[in-house]
Design a protein around this ligand. Structure first.
Ligand SMILES: O=C(O)CCC(=O)C(=O)O
Length: 247
């Protein structure tokens, strides 16, 4: 569980890293599900970064009844997310980032709320839990963040390749005001980050895959409004058994 100090640093910096949340056995099962499982095979979409390199991901919006659901409802994620949101959490989506050795492309600088605002979420009280499935290093394109940038509020975004990226001129103007942190993670460690935190990652030019499972949650008090102005309020995310991934 997160400590009071971890929670304070999340609010100050926009992110917090918790080491070794998942065991090597749990990570091995998740990797097996990436490589051989039905859900990732069914939901993988190919995208492109600004240079035209592949930025592929699998994404889904339902919990289902599989290992991904077990990981998304794991108390080690959900209870910590509740602490960081300051209230109960709803499941929004899960995704696997497939940044493969030698080919995996970059992710451009963006805020997740740059995407999610346009999907109708009213407030940015939303969090991503980035679970490293392979060791994430500078060489294989670990996530980079601008520490404290969540306090800027939502910036304007546009299209970069098939991705959504923060407006280039604004990025240039504000980049030097923040410390850039390379979030190197061991497999099984988790980076919790705020939906307005600016983040990006470089292409993977190494011989090692850099895959990650990212679970996104929103505060239950944060409705998503559709084009007709109808508010969709999500239910609380269930909290599963702590050993469910290994069952
Ligand atoms: O995994 C990465 O390198 C970037 C993923 C990302 O930025 C996102 O899913 O919002």
């Amino acid at each position: 569980m997160l400590t009071y100090k971890d929670t304070a640093s999340y609010h100050r910096d926009g992110f917090v890293v918790v080491r070794d949340v998942f065991t090597p056995q749990e990570v091995a099962k998740l990797i097996d599900a990436v490589e051989h499982g039905d859900r990732v095979a069914r939901t993988t979409r190919s995208g492109k970064d600004a240079e035209g390199k592949p930025s592929n991901l699998a994404i889904w919006h339902d919990l289902g009844d599989d290992i991904w659901s077990a990981a998304s409802t794991c108390p080690r994620l959900v209870n910590n997310v509740r602490i960081l949101l300051g209230e109960d959490a709803a499941f929004f989506h899960g995704k696997v980032i497939l940044k493969e050795a030698r080919t995996g492309g970059a992710w451009e600088w963006h805020q997740d709320y740059g995407y999610w605002y346009n999907q109708g979420f009213v407030y940015p009280n939303m969090i991503s839990a980035f679970v490293a499935l392979d060791p994430a290093t500078i060489k294989n394109g670990c996530l980079q963040v601008l520490k404290g940038s969540h306090l800027l509020g939502r910036l304007d975004h546009g299209k970069v390749g098939t991705q959504t990226g923060v407006e280039a001129l604004r990025l240039k103007q504000i980049e030097s005001l923040f410390e850039r942190v390379h979030c190197e993670l061991s497999a099984g460690s988790v980076l919790f980050f705020h939906s307005n935190l600016l983040h990006a990652s470089a292409p993977n030019e190494s011989d090692h895959h850099r895959r990650a499972f990212i679970v996104c949650y929103n505060a239950v008090s944060n409705p998503q409004v559709n084009k007709e102005g109808k508010a969709i309020v999500r239910q609380s995310c269930p909290v599963g058994a702590d050993d469910a991934i290994l069952r």
